[in-house]
Design a protein around this ligand. Structure first.
Ligand code: GUN
Length: 305
């Protein structure tokens, strides 16, 4: 007589493994230092263009400059008045395009409203476009050719590979369709390569029912910019969650009066997920590390020669 097995639903009782972006970012900076020792005649140079005085942009640019100093890169911050004309800004870019000391050009976004962002990003020599925002790099990413990959999605992809997340044949759902994160990470996960080969959906503010997608996802990348948007009831057990959000919310318990949270409700989702990135300390530290890697690759002519 066959013994009927009790129909038990296996529940994941283990908390999610933390994907530590600080540790991986440090590995990447160590690798850059090692590569620079080997190629000791090369000094990668990065031009950072900051237009206006957006406080967040000023902090980001200073962090990038500090990282350059730590790694022995040459860097220049070009702080330009908010009132600059488009023509003048384009002239600054042309000067860096022609400078042999500069291998990477980064224009901190957002730009003032009177400036056409697309026109400015397209003025950067695509061979020095370490942000990966030029249409040449965006297009090459789409068709799977060597290119500069935008730093945040490049960082997410590194985390996925270095934590051996199973991706081939898995269903990945990206929340958010920005040119900086959503579209490029969807393209990376779609490629027929290691750390990818996923079936991918991009959901966004126009998606009728995001939960219909996220409930079935094996991997979720949340990059929509809404604090703690993704809740435990929107995901399945064992999902891998990458949280790209950096949002300030009021917190009367903090001396600063606010705390930083991601686009994922970490407390509830980490009980159901198998792996998750924290905020802060997940994707954030990876962005600058990948900017440094792109700048080094440019100096070494690894992408274009
Ligand atoms: N503003 C917000 N994110 C980014 C980024 O990745 N690169 C640049 N240049 N500006 C930004």
């Amino acid at each position: 007589m066959a013994i009927k097995k009790k129909n038990t639903v296996s529940k994941n009782t283990e908390p999610a493994k933390i994907i530590d972006g600080k540790v991986i970012a440090n590995h990447i900076t160590d690798e850059i230092k090692r590569l620079l020792k080997i190629n000791n005649t090369i000094k990668p140079g990065l031009a950072l263009i900051l237009v206006g005085s957006n406080p967040a942009s000023e902090i980001y640019v200073r962090m990038k400059e500090k990282k350059c100093a730590e790694l022995g890169f040459y860097s220049v911050i070009n702080k330009i008045s908010e009132k600059v004309s488009e023509m003048e800004l384009l002239a600054h870019i042309r000067a860096y395009n022609n400078s042999s000391k500069i291998h990477g050009i980064l224009i901190q976004l957002p730009l003032p409203k009177h400036i056409n962002e697309r026109k400015v990003l397209e003025a950067v020599d695509f061979r020095k476009d370490v942000d990966g925002f030029h249409p040449m790099n965006a297009g090459r990413l789409l068709i799977g050719e060597k290119c500069f990959i935008p730093c945040t999605p490049a960082g997410i992809f590194e985390l996925i590979k270095r934590y051996n997340v199973e991706t081939s044949g898995k269903y990945a759902v990206v929340i958010g369709r920005s040119n900086i994160v959503g579209k490029p990470i969807a393209n990376l996960l779609l490629q027929k390569t290691k750390g990818a080969n996923c079936t991918v959906s991009i959901t966004h503010s126009g998606t009728a029912n995001i939960t219909e997608f996220t409930k079935n996802a094996d991997i979720i990348v949340a990059a929509l910019g809404k604090p703690e948007f993704l809740k435990a009831n929107m995901i399945k057990e064992g999902v891998v969650i990458i949280d790209v959000g950096i949002n300030r919310i009021e917190d009367s318990n903090s001396p600063k009066g606010y705390k930083v949270v991601g686009d994922v409700d970490f407390k509830s989702c980490s009980k159901k997920a198998s792996m998750i990135t924290p905020v802060p300390g997940g994707v954030g530290p990876m962005t600058i590390a990948m900017l440094m890697k792109n700048t080094l690759d440019s100096a070494l002519k690894k992408i274009y020669n």
